[in-house]
Write a protein that binds this ligand. Sequence first.
Ligand code: NAD
Length: 442
Amino acid sequence: MEATVIGTGYVGLVVGTCLAGAGNRVTCADVDETKIRRLNAGDVPIYEPGIERLISENLAAGRLRFTTDAAEGIRTADVIFVAVGTPPGEDGLADLDYVRNAARVIGDNLRPDTVVVMKSTVPVGTCERVRAEIARRTDVPFHMCANPEFLKEGDAVGDFLYPDRVVCGVDSEHARQCMEGLYEPFIRSGNPLIFMDIASAELTKYAANAMLAARIGLMNQFAELCEHTGADIERVRRGVGSDPRIGSAFLYAGTGYGGSCLPKDVWAIIRSAEKQGVDLGILRSVAEANDRQTTVLVRKIVRRFGDDLTGLRFALWGLAFKPRTDDMRAAPSRAIAEALRERGAAVVAHDPAAMEQAREFYLGDAVEYAANEYEALDGADALVVVTEWLQYRRPDWSEVAKRMPRPIVFDGRNVFDPDRMASRGYEHYPIGRRQVGPDEIP
Ligand SMILES: NC(=O)c1ccc[n+]([C@@H]2O[C@H](COP(=O)([O-])OP(=O)(O)OC[C@H]3O[C@@H](n4cnc5c(N)ncnc54)[C@H](O)[C@@H]3O)[C@@H](O)[C@H]2O)c1
């Protein structure tokens, strides 16, 4: 099949490359000239494990190409994926400007019987608006499909190649057959391709993210209760997660959820429900609690050092919103670094993948960047673990002690065991677990 993907970001690049890997001829289009120039030069602009090799294989096989000219790809496509960003607008509603622009270029260049697939996360009703926008610009018949994406950054390639399920909202038998054909190579192990109407498919994506956010939010609140009662959130997590009705995923207490999806999608569904006169009160509490949670470590730091942090130096391990990605959109590290700086502290950060993004787009020179995690500790008054990258989980403690003679660790991802930290002589402030304060250190 011939496919064109509009928007070559975290989602579009993975979708386009994986579809090419299954033998389709794929055009990935983006308005960002730098991005396309880099991709054509074999330089992948995002950090996503496995994507680089897949891109080079498919480029070499002539099945994949990158262009700024979406129109050219649209004119010959059997299927067009819209994978542009839907960032939060000021009111929290999804900003659909990029989607509208994509609809216009599709409408101006469409050939008959193309299937237009919405991959971006969009509020219910958006596909119908896209259909109307396209129909204003062309008389040719076409089909709509809402095919929300569930991939996780860091595991995106695997998630697309081996999906748990694929959700497709379709409006015609032709669209259904097209999607069956496209996804058939990826669901051979029997995971379902679930067909439904377009509105339900659009809402499924938001409902899924709302559920995930609510699980994290609940665990963060239980973690707070643990700190007041002597219970341990990690034990509670294991006890709760072993119930098959509940399951073990997304039950980790920490510094709050971040990234390009959960925060924006939760607020977008709350706001779009409000427009329908529906109050998603449970979800609003989840979102508000998460906003507070992103600075839980700062509150712990202030309790330990006081509100004025002038002259103190904090080492941040982790900037990306989670491991195995360089994505810093709505990353808790940003709120933490800013709050520490506001109180007069110096911040030195390390991240295996996100330092370039941090320096270029988010934190600039407001923080120092260390060449490795140990260098970040030199002269630091405390270590703040923000992202649970694998390499941070079992550090060389003798090296840590050398660099930070009186080690104090604020553990935002519960990567270290409180009892072991106490026996090592470390002050340790995890989330929802035993806090090892200065009076416990000999
Ligand atoms: N990132 C994720 O983990 C993830 C997972 C599931 C769903 N989603 C959803 O997928 C969508 C895309 O997310 P993303 O993370 O890939 O965003 P992104 O910002 O990484 O990529 C979007 C790309 O679209 C391009 N673009 C914007 N307007 C365009 C146009 N008119 N023509 C061509 N290109 C255009 C931008 O330049 C950018 O490169 C969003 O709706 C998001 O909510 C994201």
